[in-house]
Write a protein that binds this ligand. Structure first.
Ligand code: GLY
Length: 306
């Protein structure tokens, strides 16, 4: 029973015209992953699905990543294999096209789990990842607008009470991407993001934190999206897989994980996708939207929505 699910981020899509485009994006990504899954590898499926989302400038990962308070790109990504608990991640990397592929190399070519900043970039170059600028004109314009808007109001809540700030300025929370797949043998989870708009330089979210935003073991896999600090504090991706271990399926576990996030940190904070080892998919959110798409054994077309 094979299955794959992807997300294109939790939050509020203010411009409704974007919704059909976002749905096309997640559909294309799940199909890219599905092709690999049919060849037998959940690992390749997750990498390809996440790459498709990183390459789509609509999403906040790879090309189209959001900018830090001082106008730089600092991307995070992680990938994890459920069978062996091997994991690789990068945080605060720039100058590469596909952080998820660098994360995979960290997993495969080192005994480390997480490389950061300059070191992660040096490692990527050593392995042949070419120089690439992921900043888009649209993100630069949004960065200038948001900075002006927040500075005019004298906002300093980037440092404290970020979850309140995000309720007032939902455009700060942009679309992290992720994928979870089961190939009949193994569950793999992967996540990639530019983080939160105007984040403080050096800030690392949940995405590359194994157990926080990304986790897979032999019973389930999970990829989170939303306010990273929430997922880190709840070890949400790992907690969600624990719910499966205790007997829930992927959907019930996704619902339970999001209830936990809402209970502690309120609404408009989190989304999650999951796959369990019976080949069930699950997804849940406490935000207005979370673009997602999935394919399971027997389906001819992906099911997609926000
Ligand atoms: N969930 C992505 C982030 O907070 O960085």
């Amino acid at each position: 029973m094979v299955a794959i699910i992807v997300h294109g981020g939790a939050g509020t899509i203010r411009n409704e015209d974007r919704i059909p485009k976002v749905i096309v994006g997640v559909r294309e990504a799940v199909l890219a992953g599905w092709r690999e899954l049919k060849r037998g590898s959940a690992l390749d499926a997750v990498e390809e699905a996440v790459k498709a989302l990183e390459d789509n400038p609509l999403f906040n990962a790879g090309t189209g990543s959001v900018l830090t308070l001082d106008g730089r790109v600092e991307m995070d990504a992680a990938i994890m294999r459920g069978k062996t608990l091997e994991a690789g991640a990068v945080a605060g990397i720039w100058g590469v096209k596909n952080p998820i592929s660098v994360a995979r190399k960290v997993m495969e070519r080192t005994d480390h789990v997480l490389l950061i900043g300059e070191g992660a970039l040096k490692f990527a170059r050593l392995l042949g990842f070419e120089e690439y600028d992921p900043v888009t004109e649209e993100r630069l314009r949004q960065w200038e607008e948001l900075r002006k808007k927040l500075l005019e109001k004298g906002e300093t809540r980037h440092w404290k009470r970020l979850n309140e700030l995000i309720k007032e300025y939902p455009e700060l929370l942009r679309s992290t991407v992720g994928a979870v797949a089961f190939d009949g043998e193994e569950i793999v989870a992967g996540t990639s993001t530019g983080g939160v708009f105007l984040k403080v330089f050096g800030r690392v979210g949940d995405t590359p934190i194994i157990g926080g935003g990304t986790y897979a073991n032999e019973v389930a896999g999970a990829s989170c999206t939303g306010l990273g600090e929430v997922a880190i504090k709840l070890a949400l991706a790992k907690s969600a897989t624990d719910f499966v271990r205790l007997g829930m399926n992927a959907q019930a576990a996704s619902d339970a994980a999001i209830s936990l996030a809402t209970k502690y940190f309120g609404r408009d904070t989190m989304g999650i996708i999951m796959v369990d080892s019976s080949g069930n998919v699950g997804f849940a959110k406490n935000t207005r939207h979370m673009s997602h798409a999935f394919m399971m054994e027997g389906m001819k077309e992906p099911e997609a929505g926000v």
